[in-house]
Design a protein around this ligand. Structure first.
Ligand code: SF4
Length: 344
């Protein structure tokens, strides 16, 4: 990972942060924060953060008109930050021009919008000495990833160690296409250790109803966490690594994966490999915490990491035995013990 200094909870040894842009949702209400994974219960008058609760929201010119739940902070445009009277957990985002004007800033955390084109020598030298700035790196280049990679190398060449948030916006297109594009643009950089946070902006999307915006932004938040998980930089849910199946597969892979998922999908951060046979399975699930591997007709081997722990468990008992193995390791949590989400 690119070495960065810590600014608030960005960079250093912190996990990459997720920012949800709510600029297209005017008149924000408590319940709207579900798009950022913070669920409000009118009955309890409380928020609950889901496993995919964003760290920051960006609200542009319209700061939220109420106190944010614990764990959620807000980024606003510079003028809105000044007008709002510099509230707690409220941070400004500046353009390169405003930044270089030397206007008053937040004492701990300021966001600076940059692209490759504005990262010139004077700005890069200045950034080296600012312990409060987090860069928000954006591009309109169709080949986003190579351009942003070049920007990272400019920072490396000038020994600028500010944390960087990677920002991307996509036009109206099927969600699956956005998932592919974002995974390529952001995931490709994160896998190489570049990036200390991500934000998927809705600015290019056409107008839609409030409810439809909530659905889009919720999917952007989930996509952000999914990309971080796939890049192995921040685990927020259970991970399943299953083989594609082939003529050697010794059990119904889809049915078994669905069954294991149903019993274990509350175990945040655990990686489970589900492999159809012993021939290639153990190699293909190399970084899994636990493995469920077919070894014969109706027989399953259970792995802890790369070690076989139970050699030929009858298939009917194998999921229970897998759970038993996790229990022995202190990794198992009963689903019922987890708080139910409070809903909206
Ligand atoms: S792990 Fe075995 S069953 Fe699965 S795809 Fe590879 S060879 Fe086929």
């Amino acid at each position: 990972r690119r070495a960065t200094h810590e600014v608030a909870n960005f960079g250093g040894l912190n996990v990459p942060r997720v920012i949800v842009s709510l600029t297209r949702l005017p008149q924000l209400e408590y319940a709207d924060l579900r798009a950022a994974g913070h669920l409000y219960s009118p009955f309890l008058d409380k928020f609950q953060m889901s496993d995919q609760g964003a760290d920051y929201i960006y609200t542009g010119e319209q700061p939220v008109p109420f106190m944010l739940p614990n764990g959620l902070k807000e980024i606003v445009n510079y003028t809105a930050w000044v007008d709002a009277g510099r509230r707690p957990h409220h941070y400004p985002v500046l353009t390169a021009d405003t930044y270089m004007e030397g206007l008053p800033r937040h004492p701990q955390l300021n966001f600076l919008m940059v692209g490759l084109d504005v990262l010139d020598a004077p700005l890069l030298r200045y950034l080296r000495h600012d312990p409060t700035v987090v860069l928000v790196l954006a591009t309109t280049n169709a080949h986003a990833m190579p351009e942003m990679r070049r920007a990272f190398f400019e920072l490396l060449n000038y020994q600028v160690t500010c944390p960087v948030i990677i920002a991307r916006t996509y036009p109206d297109q099927p969600l699956e296409q956005t998932q592919l594009d974002a995974a390529t643009d952001l995931g490709g950089l994160l896998i190489d250790g570049l990036g200390d946070g991500i934000v998927l902006g809705p600015e290019l999307l056409a107008a839609r109803s409030h409810e439809e915006w909530l659905d889009v932004l919720t999917s952007y938040n989930q996509l952000s966490f999914g990309i971080l998980q796939a890049a192995r930089t921040r685990m927020s849910k259970t991970e399943y690594i299953s083989c594609p199946s082939c003529g050697r597969t010794l059990f119904d892979l889809q049915e078994t994966t669905a069954m294991i998922r149903k019993r274990t999908d509350h175990l945040k951060g655990i990686k489970i490999g589900i492999m159809g046979c012993i021939v290639n399975g153990p190699g293909e699930m190399a970084d899994a915490d636990y493995g469920y591997v077919g070894v014969g007709k109706g027989k399953i081997a259970l792995y802890r990491g790369q070690d076989v722990i139970k050699k030929a468990v009858p298939e009917a008992l194998a999921v229970d035995e897998l759970i038993e193995l996790m229990r022995e390791d202190g990794k198992w949590i009963e689903k019922e013990l987890l708080d139910e989400p409070v809903g909206v």
